[in-house]
Ligand binder design. Sequence first.
Ligand SMILES: NC(=O)c1ccc[n+]([C@@H]2O[C@H](COP(=O)([O-])OP(=O)(O)OC[C@H]3O[C@@H](n4cnc5c(N)ncnc54)[C@H](OP(=O)(O)O)[C@@H]3O)[C@@H](O)[C@H]2O)c1
Length: 328
Amino acid sequence: MYQANDNRYNTMSYRRCGKSGLVLPPISLGLWHNFGDVDALDNGKQMLHTAFDNGITHFDLANNYGPPPGSAESNFGKILKDSFLPYRDELIISTKAGYGMWPGPYGDWGSKKYLVSSLDQSLKRMDLNYVDVFYHHRPDPSTPLEETMAALDLIVKQGKALYVGLSNYNAEDTLKASKILKTLGTPCLIHQPRYSMFDRWVEDGLLDVLGTEGIGGIAFSPLAQGLLTNKYIKGIPENSRAAKETGFLQKETVTQAIIEKVIKLNAVAENRNQSLAQMAIAWLLKDDRITSVLVGVSSEKQLLDNIGALNCLTFDASELEVIESILK
Ligand SMILES: NC(=O)c1ccc[n+]([C@@H]2O[C@H](COP(=O)([O-])OP(=O)(O)OC[C@H]3O[C@@H](n4cnc5c(N)ncnc54)[C@H](OP(=O)(O)O)[C@@H]3O)[C@@H](O)[C@H]2O)c1
């Protein structure tokens, strides 16, 4: 029987999520990869235990995580039952709906029909009464924003989620959605965009909206799916995400031009006595509109490496200048 580390809250400094009452750990763990039926359950269990033992209280899922879709939630449900039931009130568990999940016209996008049904399915798979955060996973150009936001509000009022979030919405739509949600009395807690040194679209307006609306930001793919580590410097290792058939990182993305930048960034990280993964995480956390950085890991070792980022979160101006010149 798993017994959580008694010292789990001794070193982690939690950060307030926007203007809400909720704080989150600066590093959260995502279950997009490495928790499906194609993966080893024991490894997933070990990573979740290590995360919680180190003060990581937030685990992020979605209806479609796997493969096959749904299996990450089912596997998480098993681990939850075995290990985490005594700790449920210490956990922030999120899930999402927005991508294709079941056949027919009601298993995708952003209608009230899809979102309510999908969350009911997610709760069954995880064997939970409620999730802490329910997200609309991507904007739906065909459903009125009012309907999608009313569905999020309904889900909270039904007690199936405590808070709501948006993911992959641009600045303009985030602002509109946030205004609707505030009117309904269910403010948007959090926004989950892709954000890393290699993908900085959020700096062009979205972060400002998060700041003014009081919404927390949680950056996904902070290591650009593993590119922002030293693992691809000498080629594509076996078993890496880029090598796996089920991985979303395409081999073609690992270009010479990217690796040249990675080598230079790695040298900056070494000068800071950090791994590149640690520096990439710290670089995101320097902006207080980013409440948490949502990492994915395939081993306990990677998770511990990433947590080590918290030992050095500050940058001096010259380091930031060098990083900018490399990223240009
Ligand atoms: N809202 C959305 O639309 C959306 C989309 C994508 C992701 N997400 C969320 O964000 C989470 C994280 O995304 P992500 O998995 O792409 O994040 P990531 O942290 O950028 O990439 C994770 C991968 O990087 C490698 N890695 C991690 N730490 C490492 C280290 N210290 N040293 C060497 N390699 C390391 C591992 O690759 P190997 O497997 O090769 O070892 C790992 O699987 C997801 O689990 C999910 O919760 C949300």
